[in-house]
Ligand binder design. Sequence first.
Ligand code: DP6
Length: 418
Amino acid sequence: MPGDSGHDITMVTCTAPVNIAVIKYWGKRDEDLILPINSSLSVTLHQDQLKSTTTVACSPRFKEDRIWLNGKEENINQPRLQSCLREIRRLVRKRHIDGNVSSSALSSHHKVHICSVNNFPTAAGLASSAAGYACLVYALARLLGAEGELSEVARQGSGSACRSMYGGFVQWRMGTQPDGTDSVAQQVEPESHWPELRVLILVVSAERKPVGSTAGMETSVGTSSLLKGISHVISQQTGPTASPQHRAESVVPQRMEEMVRAIQQKDFAAFGELTMKDSNQFHATCLDTYPPIFYLNDVSRRIISMVHRYNQHCGETRVAYTFDAGPNAVIYTLQQHVPEFVELLKYFFPTETNGEFLKGLPVSSVTLPEDLTKAIGMEPLPGGIGYIISTKVGPGPQVQEDPSLHLLGPGGMLKVDA
Ligand code: DP6
């Protein structure tokens, strides 16, 4: 029997990680099944710093499915939640039909109660939906004994969630099947592969993004010739036009191959350059969307300049940035360069508050050489960066065995402090 049983309640608590893409997913070919127009690749971040935690409970006494997110009851009828519940139950039924279960196994008919929390600001451009859906799918599968391609289920909650089903370096193969059965995530290398790799999240703004990813990418697919190719956009007026250089079909397939190679060879210069170029092209696509979408702000652009000036001064690519659908920067670098780069950030973006500027993995202080700050040559911008989270590559979703971590009480209802 899975999980921790009360009288007739079975409960499971899991955690799942955030992932940050280095080759971006932006655009769907099927909105309902969430099938992308290109493959993508991400790094799974360590759950010691950023994670979703989800408790799922099941009981014959529950009258309906219910969900609480960050302490508040939400609508369970949301289509994407329903897709995940339906697909998990389908996998459970399949296992029962195959006769592959013990008599005590839970039924797919039982209603579930779900409670989920993030330890980071929701919708701040930190991929909260990816960790959340990955956690939900993983926990439900454990609770009900579903077996099968779980990344395919998580994908139907939020596209990028399928990549949070694995640790380390993960690719989401776009697939070609109309039913999405081959649009799945795969681990490229485990988290132990490149132990020197470090990640810094520069929280520029913890506010909600102005245009969500789902709506943003739909407009991009409809209007951006850089993303889908000229032929797609203007074919009604002029007929098909050759478009050899558009992102989804020409640029990304080649970059995916180069990125897998850079990761396998632990070639930071190649990894970093591809990461920055792909982030820049994603934001160029946003600008090429009509009306345009602006995710980067002035602080984001200063961070970009600082990284390029730093790399140029060092004579090599030591630091790389990437930005998702928001102004926060995610920096990839190697362990030995973290102290100097963090010192530079403190110098050019001095903190305005007494709050903790650096959270997460500890970073030692160093003295900045004068020629370095001169070479960067920027005016300091007090308060530009709110805080930094220092982290590294981490594992995929995990079951929490300690029952005190359950977010639902023994009756299957929200615990007061969850
Ligand atoms: C910019 O996965 O949030 O972070 O599938 O509509 O839920 P939906 O979108 P979502 O999009 C993520 C976009 C991105 C790039 C990436 O993570 O690859």
